[in-house]
Design a protein around this ligand. Structure first.
Ligand SMILES: Nc1ncnc2c1ncn2[C@@H]1O[C@H](COP(=O)(O)OP(=O)(O)O)[C@@H](O)[C@H]1O
Ligand SMILES: [Mg+2]
Length: 357
């Protein structure tokens, strides 16, 4: 067949390593099987890109892209995202990319040394350069995703094989503002919410998981992360202030998902920095019974589930971000909170990898 972007039934069977009969069965059985394009000469044909993505997903080979989001900063978004990325790579032997979208660069600072970061930032090898390129469309783009990816990162000795990092930069603060202004003016050539999506395409298939550490807002950076996400996780300290925003997040993400026509389901809420006090106990009880605040009101959105594993507030976790510390293993790094963080990682993995068939 001449058109490279289109596939006939037999070609789909080849691609999927299945019989033609199996492919026509999938076509009838699964609502999510891509719709064919009718071709008067050759019968039904399908778009290669859609079929490729479907077959990967059907075989459980798709890349799971998870944004870690809260609008309340300081509640453990970064700590949770970094620990889950490390454990998926080290303990579960997955290929993982962590993308730091927060200008505060906390995830970056806890995975690579200050020296390495300074050098990468100087050479434009951070996510900031990607957005800067889009603001100057007449100059030759400088961002190169291969060069901007740091390999084998983590504070544990020798780094973690299979864990890559796309670092952030404080320069993102200014850039986020300028990108939002362009978005508002409607005066842009590339969609400002798809900048990350376009950049990540060439490498996405290398990873089993992409973990995105979002800034504590629902602005342009977070939307760029959500645009490529197959789901999201809400880390939250169980106090009233921190949990008030959860309804807003769920509502906002759902509307964004509808706008772009792609599902971005919440995987769940993680209780972080948990202490043994009455306030935390009460909020955890509400979260467990799915009766948190506005979620419990008539007509309210369904509340995402609370993950079974809750992350205690401990000295070891507070110290874990120290890049100079000399940890040999993740158990040593996270101390008594290791089991909860690892349990959470397994819960997330299970939700992502449950088969569609
Ligand atoms: N489970 C925990 N126990 C103790 N300290 C924690 C824990 N989780 C996070 N912290 C500390 O709280 C602060 C904010 O955490 P961070 O993950 O950076 O939050 P966010 O990304 O939501 O702003 C950091 O100093 C971090 O070390
Ligand atoms: Mg953070």
């Amino acid at each position: 067949m001449s058109n490279n972007n289109l596939l006939e039934l037999a070609e789909i069977a080849d691609l999927a390593g299945a019989s033609k009969q199996a492919v026509s069965n999938w076509c009838m059985r699964y609502d999510h099987f891509p719709r064919p394009i009718q071709n008067p000469q050759s019968g039904s044909v399908w778009e290669r890109e859609k079929i490729g993505a479907w077959v990967k997903s059907f075989n459980g080979e798709e890349t799971h892209v998870l944004s870690f989001i809260n609008i309340n900063g300081g509640g453990g978004i970064t700590t949770t995202a970094v620990a889950v990325a490390e454990m998926l790579a080290q303990d579960e032997r997955k290929h993982v990319l962590l993308i730091d979208l927060d200008p505060q660069t906390n995830a970056t600072a806890s995975l690579i040394s200050e020296d390495q970061w300074a050098e990468m930032d100087k050479d434009g090898r951070t996510i900031a350069q990607l957005f800067e390129d889009r603001l100057n469309p007449h100059n030759a783009p400088k961002f190169d995703i291969e060069k901007a990816t740091a390999h084998q990162v983590s504070t544990i000795k020798g780094g973690i094989a299979r864990l890559d990092l796309l670092p952030s930069s404080i320069r993102l603060i200014d850039l986020e503002y300028r990108i939002s202004m362009i978005a508002l003016s409607g005066n842009f050539t590339a969609n400002p919410l798809e900048i990350l999506q376009v950049a990540i395409q060439p490498v996405i298939d290398r990873y089993d998981y992409i973990i995105i550490d979002c800034p504590p807002s629902l602005g342009t950076m977070t939307k760029n992360g959500l645009r490529i996400s197959t789901g999201y996780v809400i880390p939250a300290t169980p106090n009233l202030v921190a949990t008030l925003g959860i309804y807003l997040i769920v509502d906002n993400v759902e509307r964004f998902a509808q706008d772009i026509g792609l599902p971005i389901p919440p995987l769940g809420i993680v209780a972080t920095k948990v202490q043994a006090n009455n306030m935390h106990r009460q909020v955890i009880a509400d979260l467990t019974t799915k009766r948190l605040g506005r979620f419990s009101e008539p007509g309210g959105l369904p509340q995402p589930s609370l993950f079974r594993n809750k992350i205690p507030k401990t000295v070891a976790v507070a110290r874990s971000a120290n890049v100079d510390a000399d940890f040999r293993t993740l158990k040593e790094k996270y101390g008594v909170a290791y089991d909860a963080l690892h349990g959470l990682t397994l819960e997330i993995k299970q939700l992502c990898e449950k088969k569609r068939h």
